[in-house]
Design a protein around this ligand. Sequence first.
Ligand SMILES: C[S@@+](CC[C@H](N)C(=O)[O-])C[C@H]1O[C@@H](n2cnc3c(N)ncnc32)[C@H](O)[C@@H]1O
Length: 352
Amino acid sequence: MGDMEVTIKEEARAEIKIWNYVLGYVKITVVKCAIELGIADVIENYGSPMPLSELATALRCEPSRLHRIMRFMVHDRIFKQEPINQHTIGFSSTPLSRLLIKGGEKSMAAFILLMSGPACLATWHSLSARVLETGNNISPFEVANGKDLWSYAEANPDFRELFNNAMGCHARLTVHATIEGCPEVFNGVESLVDVGGGNGTALSLLVKAFPWIRGINFDLPHVVAVAATSDSIENVGGDMFMSIPNADAAFLMCVLHDWDDEECIKILKKCREAIPEDKGKVVIVEAVLEEDKEDDEIGGVGLMLDTALMAITNKGKERTLKEWSYVLRQSGFTRFNVKPICAVRSVIEAYP
Ligand SMILES: C[S@@+](CC[C@H](N)C(=O)[O-])C[C@H]1O[C@@H](n2cnc3c(N)ncnc32)[C@H](O)[C@@H]1O
């Protein structure tokens, strides 16, 4: 292949890519529309390939407009198209569409509604200002919404509910992967404090899988006030920068990525104070960025998460193994091991 041919192909690829940027928001907004209409729910419940006419009737939609939305989602492999007979084709579920079912076991619907809602979307307009400024001033989220993420959630019950449900979605997927991928982490752990445990979704799955564990769901007072209650879980409100309830192990899932290194070290030192020196440990579930893998799809998701943290939380970031090692050692943890458990999450066990 001559140089000229390579250049033309690269230019053609660049042109396709630029249109993907021009219209990048279409993907998230079509998926948001599909969730709001309940398309994945109706197709899944139908049980066999569903013709457009029946889908339109069930959703009370205008068929030609629904057809255009469905055509896009079939192209994006959210739904499949299968023949029903010689003349008609129907839509079927896929593993991806099942992630969009509202209230489904593996639903990510609330997370998509959170990120495509006005408070989070408005954030992105001040990303360039954030990159330009020096020091840790205020996050784009705060510029757009007048309050940092946690204060905004406290003051806006609807946003708070959506945020907690979104975290619950992620927790269900990730905790199942943790239980399957490294159950040995919970051997001998009689009490577990979930630091920043949100509405308690993660802990309720953990105590169900490992019934010998007594759980403490620890989060800000306004969060635990609306958390589910159960016999094996105590909800405790407080501030993890001040003190953390005592337990054999502290569990932190997607909490440390909201804070900078200094803040993480403060939280981890509080965790150390909360666990026994001899047999205590912290269990961290987070992304571990692999710098040399940024070209692959999983690496790309890690970098998108990192950018979202810069926009939405003030000082949050995703970390490489070297960066995790730094914050753990600075907090007094001497040994740790890391195990990937799903697409973008790993479990880090760290010992004093
Ligand atoms: C990104 S969410 C993660 C929730 C949960 N661990 C999960 O993965 O689903 C971070 C959590 O940290 C909590 N949080 C923030 N600041 C806190 C503080 N100072 N003390 C305790 N929890 C805090 C938030 O309320 C929120 O529930």
